[in-house]
Design a protein around this ligand. Sequence first.
Ligand code: FEO
Length: 169
Amino acid sequence: MVTEKIAKLINEQITKEQYAAQYYLSMSAWFSSKDLDGIANYFRVQSKEELMHADKMFDYLNDVGGEIVIGEIPKPPHEFDNATDIFEKALEHEKIVTKSIFNIVKNANEESDFATTSFLQWFINEQVEEEASASQYVTKIKMVCDNPSALYLFDQELSQRVFVPAAAN
Ligand code: FEO
């Protein structure tokens, strides 16, 4: 059984993951509008992963008897300066999510809530991967954004990404 405080933090995190899904969907739409469908696919898959993260937290909170309170998802931005701006914002957002998860772990530790800290270990590892990958794509988009041929190849590369539900479990 989790305390009300931990349940509240997890409920808030569910909304944050759902917001991240909407944010990435908005980024995907921007790339679709520029006919960069491979990059659009990358963000579409990212959006699905965020929904999976929210679902994992939903299931956990249910399993440990916490009250689930669905929050309001803010509207994400839909205007962006350019492709680099989007990748930078994606990285920035992952860092915010990481801090938020660390905060839940900190609170769970203070309450000796070992079940929650154990559950969140998966998310800590996931954030390491997501930040590393977002950071690499910031570097790559800066390399290719002013070169149409290179941008075409980058778009092709990102078209290969597929959503693998097992990877998010
Ligand atoms: Fe669910 Fe990208 O953090």
